[in-house]
Design a protein around this ligand. Structure first.
Ligand code: GRF
Length: 220
């Protein structure tokens, strides 16, 4: 498919969400493609996933830069030279500032393993278990300079079951992450969802109802 939206995916670790995006992009009817993967951690397994898929994999170690501004400039340069239009954070463990975000206004997404605004930051699943919530899940949102604070696009819910430990809950949420992130990328790539005046706007129309953001099996 020609004219597909070019994604830059920023990672720091395992990259299972990157894999979900790569798998979606491998489908001929998917409206986006991964143009480049950038990791701030040289040993991240995500880099192997990118290479296996034939996608450029770049390491930019934040510790090698004198300042956050220099690191973010290198990130921007790498993404711009790959022709990236949308940036997907997928387990990227650095906060991005306004300098970076200003280069991709309204076009930076993140996925977080909680039902935001509950449990932002590290160890979201552990926080959820410690608070004894009965429902957990994941959120895809537009990125602003805060920690997991940007406008929410879509969420998926999972139950917290008796006897769950952090690993069990993390696995249940990850399964939903892998479904939700490609769905949102499809919606933003086709213009069905966009950020307007700091709010998430969905295009009305038969192909794009609220329906498509619901969990499978959830009544309409
Ligand atoms: C995911 O839980 C994601 O929501 C969070 O970091 C984790 C990354 O996992 N931001 P992976 O590297 O995609 O496997």
């Amino acid at each position: 498919m020609s004219g597909r939206t070019k994604l830059g995916v920023l990672v720091s670790g395992s990259g299972s969400n990157l894999q979900a995006l790569l798998d979606a992009c491998a489908r001929p009817d998917f409206p986006a493609e991964v143009a480049v993967v950038v990791s701030n951690v040289g040993t991240a397994f995500a880099l192997e996933r990118a290479k296996k898929a034939g996608v450029a994999a770049v390491v930019l170690d934040h510790k090698a830069f004198g300042s956050r501004a220099d690191f973010e400039k290198a990130l921007v340069d790498t993404l711009v030279s790959a022709g990236v239009e949308w940036v997907c954070l997928a387990g990227f463990m650095r906060l991005l500032g306004t300098d970076f975000l200003g280069h991709f206004p309204g076009k930076v997404l993140n996925i977080h393993p909680s039902l935001l605004p509950a449990f932002p930051g590290l160890h979201a699943q552990r926080q959820a278990l410690e608070r004894g919530v009965k429902l957990a899940g994941c959120t895809v949102h537009f990125v602003d300079p805060g920690m997991d604070t940007g406008p929410i696009i879509a969420q998926a819910v999972v139950p917290v079951l008796p006897g769950d430990d952090e690993a069990a809950l993390t696995a249940r949420i990850l399964k939903e992450e892998h479904r939700l992130y490609p769905l949102v990328v499809k919606l933003v790539s086709t213009g069905a969802v966009r950020l307007e005046g700091g709010r998430v706007v969905t295009a009305a129309g038969p192909a794009m109802g609220e329906q498509s953001l619901r969990n499978p099996g959830e009544p309409g």
